[in-house]
Design a protein around this ligand. Structure first.
Ligand code: SF4
Ligand code: SF4
Length: 603
């Protein structure tokens, strides 16, 4: 196996024997094959696109199949084999439609033509070297292709959430197919870079679509105090990101005497008006995804995983019998709730019946936390925020969005939050907030110092807020704002968010706790050089350095820009010559890496 798609990859190089996440070799290999099938589908889908047709059936399959391969989603090999079988059917269909349209590609790579007639054929292909990431020996080409593919996985996840709510765009599917098909071709560096930037553009479009889907369906998130304690009724715990599942679970549990709590990534569901109206929606239980072995155990009732992250059940855990998966998630031994039929709803009655027989959740904390600061809510407070900036009460915003994870090095984010000057406001989205959202960081004139926009896809909200502030202060460039970016990443949705920020022209992002292993030294060097991306350093030095990020907008008026403004991202990204890029910027990067203490491995 070879997998380097997440931040916790072994030695920050790649998992080759088993995943640090717990993924075993057969599962990793099957996931590689599923991506291979997705590339084959895209070869035909892209040929159709060039003839002016977007194949929706192919697009709808791709968003689910790629989502299956995201970290901590699919653990059941039989389920992945079924996805591969379905993928081969979808590929056959799109190939026939391409042929009928006179769009059959002239040269077909193996991913577009290999076939399997049995489970054994599929397993044999999954174990063969041509489907592995390492089949591409040139590490820079591999890096650019994987940057595109991993970002596309994140886009797929966000597009799937939107599609479930009835929102989809052919342009998004078309761009995904164009990008995946491009990874089967010999392209120049410039062309590969252009495809990566197109992926960033597609990430922005997809996050905007998901924002529209969520807010049109469930209303704009509102400032909300989320209860952290428990009640005496039995409960169901729901995690992941799928708001449609949340809606149906709340409807089906109403009046049953069973309460509903969110966990991990589902916390932002508490901020939506459409869900707040349910009295039996009690609040949030526990913390971020990697605490689930303890927290699912003490919850006592059924647990529903609607998307990643699901971590392996440990030997001494007893909750496998009350673990339910749905959608792209699978786990051996857990009951899978089937997809809804057209016009229908999923059937969550097995969870409800089980919950009635379970003890109430054990209380693990009490109190409340505040969230719901997506763009509409922050813009409703815009006058107050702008006044606070103009008066100098708020001197700086720090975007500390992204992921949480197991590495002790992530205490950095807690320490940064604790030590930032009191005139700094943290803008957040995603699981990273669990590192500091229960600290009492106070407020600035009634504006909380941590403004949580929601899930990681709500990073789009943070971009909207930044663009509105730029407008309000009459600035030419988003980089002139007094905003620092201190992003924590873990899995592939965060890669999509990162590409989106780069496409929007954001510079000077601090990325941690480590830089992605899938960036070759040359590609990483280019990001450092052209986008001023930097690995996190010490808490003290990063806080000190952040005072020079961007510009200053304050009582003195006007903007002082210290960050290089403007961005012609594709042109800036590479000079077109990989060799040149191995020089200065990479040495700088290595020097910074060497300055950092060795990382402690996850336990
Ligand atoms: S998802 Fe991460 S931890 Fe798991 S195998 Fe891949 S790189 Fe390793
Ligand atoms: S914040 Fe990161 S770890 Fe959490 S769901 Fe989003 S991408 Fe995954």
């Amino acid at each position: 196996m070879f997998c380097f798609q997440c931040q916790e990859t072994a030695k920050n190089q790649g998992c080759t024997i088993a995943g640090v996440c717990g993924k075993k070799e057969p599962t990793a290999n099957l996931q590689d094959l599923l991506i291979y099938v997705c590339k084959g589908i895209s070869v035909y889908g892209d040929a159709l696109r060039l003839k002016g047709t977007v194949d929706r059936e192919a697009g709808r399959f791709l968003i689910r199949a790629l989502f299956v391969t995201i970290t901590n989603a699919a653990w059941d090999d039989d389920a992945i084999i079924e996805w591969i079988r379905r993928g081969l059917e979808v590929r056959k269909g799109v190939a026939e439609r391409a042929k009928a349209a006179g769009a059959a590609p002239a040269a077909l790579p193996d991913c577009a033509v290999w076939t399997a007639s049995s489970k054994e054929d599929i397993v044999a292909k999954a174990n063969s070297p041509e489907v592995r990431i390492t089949a591409m020996e040139n590490e820079d080409v591999r890096s650019l292709r994987e940057l595109l593919i991993l970002g596309t996985k994140g886009i797929a996840a966000y597009a799937e959430h939107a599609e479930v709510l009835g929102f989809e765009k052919d342009e998004i599917y078309a761009s995904m197919m164009e990008g995946l098909a491009s990874t089967t071709k010999e392209l120049s560096v410039d062309d590969m870079v252009a495809m990566v930037m197109k992926t960033g553009e597609n990430a922005v479009a997809t996050m905007a679509l998901l924002d529209e889907a969520n807010t049109k369906t469930y209303g704009n998130p509102e400032i909300t105090e989320v209860n952290l304690g428990v009640r005496g009724n039995p409960g169901i715990l729901i995690s992941g990101h799928d708001l449609k599942d949340m809606e149906e679970l709340l409807k089906q549990t109403e009046g049953t005497g069973v309460d509903v709590y969110t966990h991990g990534e589902m916390l932002p569901a508490n901020y939506y008006p459409a869900f707040k109206k349910y009295d039996h929606f009690v609040g949030n239980y526990g913390s971020s995804w990697w605490h689930q072995n303890e927290e699912f155990e003490s919850f006592n009732g059924p647990v529903l995983l609607t998307t990643n992250c699901l971590v392996p059940v440990k030997k001494d855990n007893t909750y496998l019998g009350r673990l339910f998966t749905t959608g792209v998630v699978s786990y051996p031994g857990a009951v899978h709730i089937a997809d809804r039929k057209p016009g229908g709803a999923k059937d969550f009655s097995p969870l409800i019946e089980m919950a009635k027989k379970c003890a109430a959740p054990k209380e693990i904390e009490t109190g409340k936390l505040v969230g719901g600061f997506a763009h509409a809510q922050v813009l409703a407070l815009a006058d107050k925020v702008i006044e606070a900036v103009k008066s100098g009460a708020i001197k700086r915003f720090v975007v500390m969005a992204g992921c949480d994870g197991r590495f002790p090095a992530r205490n950095y984010y807690t320490d940064v939050a604790k030590n930032l000057p009191k005139d700094t406001v943290i803008l957040t989205a995603g699981c990273a907030k669990y590192r500091y959202n229960k600290l009492d960081l106070g407020d600035i004139g009634g504006i909380p110092r941590v403004l949580d926009a929601g899930q990681c896809n709500d990073s789009y909200s943070l971009a909207v807020i930044a663009l509105k502030l730029k407008e309000a202060f009459g600035l030419k460039d988003i980089n002139e704002l007094p905003i620092s970016y201190d992003i924590a990443w873990y899995e592939q949705k965060a890669v999509a968010v990162l590409l989106a920020l780069l496409f929007l022209g954001v510079k000077g992002i601090r990325l941690g706790p480590t830089l992605p292993a899938f960036l070759s030294p040359a590609v990483a060097g280019v990001l450092v050089k052209n986008f001023d991306i930097k690995p996190i350093d010490t808490v003290e030095s990063d806080i000190a350095a952040s005072r020079d990020d961007g510009g200053q907008v304050g009582p003195a008026g006007g903007a002082k820009n210290k960050r290089r403004g403007g961005c012609d991202a594709p042109a800036l990204f590479f000079g077109g010559n990989l060799e040149k890029l191995r020089s200065g910027a990479f040495r700088l990067l290595q020097a910074r890496r060497l300055q950092r203490p060795p990382r402690t491995e996850a336990t």
